[in-house]
Write a protein that binds this ligand. Structure first.
Ligand SMILES: *Cc1c(COP(=O)(O)O)cnc(C)c1O
Length: 398
């Protein structure tokens, strides 16, 4: 099928829950992507920070092929070899003690919310149920996670929402100091807000958040669904800070493109769930875990994360030059290969024109251009992307 035919069928048979761009990718290789009409793109979106190793990474492809031939699914009624290996690898490479596997970021955050409630009620009684999250956060699209998401636009029309959630401005310790209480069972934050505009948590802020959590025995949940697994130049974004969370949630990059989510917990939180408390039929199935194991091995043993810092610096410095060149750029921020360029104008025109010229980027919150290429992007690809962006930005009339 060509692009037109795919779009026509999609518009007829798919629900309209996405405002889709009229582009139909059919093949990928590394940072390259081809659409159904054979047009080539540099992919600086990476399936929304999912394809950390690029498209069709051979180690991941082989792991999936081999596991599919052996055993695809058997349920969590039994022990699953790739699942226990993946748990071991995540625990040994983090400050966490135990893992639970699911299929998405929203599910990982749901699990974290349930765990926090169970932990607090068991220890402090039925009143300790409140969860504080940040404004401009994004935690998923299930009912509990849109409620955790500190943006009304995700919630409107879906009320009644589950109770017990309150919101504070991000990076504002005073606001959290006022909001937290003995009833708080958890504080849930993204170390860098991704969808909310690439907002980086200040060091002093997270230090202060941790102290407040400890004072009230509230669990600190880091939603690392987007920042986790090398994206920020560390395996986990918490490593940029001196703060140990109680729970970390993961998804996006974990399976190298294959769907899988995880919740990691440390200390007392690791032993809260008892048999029957939580479950997922597909969660951590052999195929997903084999893909994730291959991804993690490549990230850690293939020195991809060290490389991310180098190439991230190059991209940041090149974007910095554009920031200084064009007056409508307000700020450049981010870590590793999670970079946001805040504009004083809408970003859509730039995104569309870049796409016409063969560069895929996206825009969050209306006016922040987000750059999240695969972590294996090379300097030639970075320079080509910058060339296209420069050309497009120079044509913008304000
Ligand atoms: C994408 C994202 C989610 C939701 O993940 P899904 O897999 O779409 O459910 C949750 N939190 C953060 C920080 C995300 O970026």
């Amino acid at each position: 099928m060509n692009t037109k035919e795919i779009i026509k069928l999609g518009d007829k048979y798919l629900m309209r829950n996405y405002g889709r761009i009229p582009l139909a990718p059919v093949k990928g290789d590394g940072v390259q992507l081809w659409d159904a009409d054979g047009k080539e793109y540099l992919d600086f979106v990476s399936g929304i920070a999912v394809n950390a190793l690029g498209h069709s990474n051979l180690s991941v492809v082989r792991a999936i092929q081999e596991q599919a031939l052996r055993l695809m699914h058997c349920s969590n009624l039994y022990y699953i070899e790739p699942q226990v290996q993946l748990a071991k690898m995540l625990v040994e490479n983090s400050v966490m003690d135990k893992a639970f596997f699911c299929n998405s970021g929203a599910e990982a955050n749901e699990a974290a919310i349930k765990l926090a409630r169970k932990y607090a009620k068991g220890k402090h009684g039925p009143e300790k149920v409140e969860i504080i999250t940040a404004r401009d956060s994004v935690h998923g699209r299930t009912l509990a996670t849109i409620t955790a998401t500190g943006q009304p636009k995700y919630q409107q029309g879906f009320e009644p929402l589950p109770g017990g959630f309150t919101y504070v401005p991000f990076n504002d310790l005073q606001a959290l100091t006022e909001a937290i209480s003995p009833k708080t069972c958890a504080v849930m934050l993204e170390p860098i807000q991704g969808e909310g505009g690439v907002n980086v948590a200040a060091k002093e802020y997270l230090d202060g958040v941790k102290k407040l959590c400890r004072k009230f025995d509230a669990l600190l949940i880091f939603d690392e669904v987007q920042t986790g697994l090398g994206r920020t130049g560390r395996l986990f974004a918490y490593e940029h800070y001196d703060v140990k969370p109680d729970i970390i949630t993961l998804a996006k990059a974990l399976g190298g493109g294959f769907p899988i989510g995880a919740m990691l917990a440390g200390g007392e939180a690791a032993d809260v769930f008892q048999p029957g408390d939580h479950a997922s039929t597909f969660g951590g199935n052999p195929l997903a875990c084999a893909a994730a194991l291959a991804t993690l091995e490549e990230l850690i043993e293939g020195e991809v994360i060290e490389y991310t810092n180098v190439i991230g610096d190059l991209l940041y410095n090149e974007l910095k030059k554009l920031s200084e060149k064009y007056e409508y750029v307000r700020e450049l921020r981010g870590k590793g290969l999670l970079i946001g360029m805040e504009l004083s104008i809408e970003g859509k025109e730039i995104v569309d024109k870049c796409q016409e010229k063969g560069l895929l980027i996206n825009c969050v919150g209306g006016h922040v251009l987000r750059f999240i290429p695969p972590l294996i992007v090379n300097s030639i690809e970075v320079r080509r992307a910058i060339g296209i962006l420069d050309e497009v930005m120079s044509e913008i009339k304000i």
